[in-house]
Design a protein around this ligand. Structure first.
Ligand code: IPE
Ligand code: IPE
Ligand code: MG
Length: 244
């Protein structure tokens, strides 16, 4: 008899168009195994690769992953260097994977603070994957929601100073158009792994009406079954958007 997995009866499910994930718990995953933290990040990077294919299989069109926050620079130099090296490898490998999976890749966050070679790898990946029409994968690197708003407000202040922007022009839509996520719809579902119940400065403007799903599963252990569990939870929610 076929094993009953989370994959049974998924055809009935309403699939969220945009799923955002706070990929947390790499450090704890490593600690449980008496491994250095960076081994947890390495395992987490592998999960990042697999989940893109799973998301597309399930019919998700936009997947946004929080990889490194503006606050994560507070970690030890060894850990930050380890994460940056994993990102380097990820960005390079992703050129081939984007072609294989027809995946368009975007990076959000303040890339100007990243090493020059990483900025170049990002620009190259974004450029070559522009033509792909499958999954829209967005990776947040040196991203903070407050920093994103600060940069947007600065850009608007510059326009105002030049006389190109009047106070009445500052609509919600205009603000959204100045954010790193300007080409993305707002997330329908936010997932945070490893049991923390906070947003840690992720997409604070864009999550206004997003459904939140928290799981104790550590990021390196996250997989397609866990993603389906999150989608089942999402299917049980009643999105009222302030109505009745
Ligand atoms: C998430 O895992 C990855 C990054 C923030 C870069 P953590 O490294 O935060 O893992 P924990 O929270 O210490 O377990
Ligand atoms: C959020 O995780 C950032 C990423 C997953 C990249 P953190 O582990 O940095 O968040 P806090 O410190 O628990 O809030
Ligand atoms: Mg953490």
């Amino acid at each position: 008899m076929a094993k009953k997995t989370e994959e049974s009866d998924i055809s009935e499910l309403k699939i969220p168009g945009h799923v955002a994930i706070i990929m947390d718990g790499n450090g704890r995953w490593a600690k449980k195994r008496l491994l250095p933290r960076n081994m947890g990040h390495r395992a987490g990077a592998k999960t990042m690769e697999d989940i893109c294919e799973d998301a597309w299989d399930l019919g998700i069109k936009y997947l946004t992953l929080y990889a490194f926050s503006t606050e994560n620079w507070k970690r030890s130099e060894e850990e930050v260097t380890g994460i940056m090296n994993l990102l380097r490898k990820y960005l390079v490998d992703c050129v081939e994977r984007s072609a294989k999976n027809n995946m368009r890749v975007r990076i959000i966050g303040d890339r100007t603070a990243l090493d020059e070679d990483i900025q170049e790898k990002i620009a190259h990946l974004e450029e070559v994957s522009k033509i792909y029409t499958g999954l829209n994968l967005t990776i947040a690197i040196n991203y903070g929601g407050r920093d994103e708003l600060r940069r947007a407000v600065t850009a608007m202040a510059e326009e105002a100073a030049k006389g190109e922007l009047a106070p009445g022009d500052v609509t919600e839509q205009y603000i959204s158009s100045k954010l790193d996520t300007r080409e993305l719809p707002d997330p329908d579902l936010l997932i945070r792994t490893s049991g923390e119940l906070r947003t840690s400065n992720f997409l604070i403007w864009q999550l206004a009406y997003t459904e939140f799903y928290f799981t104790d599963c550590l990021w390196p252990d996250f997989n397609k079954d866990e993603l389906i569990k999150a989608i089942r939870y999402y299917n049980g929610r009643d999105r009222r958007y302030g109505g009745v």
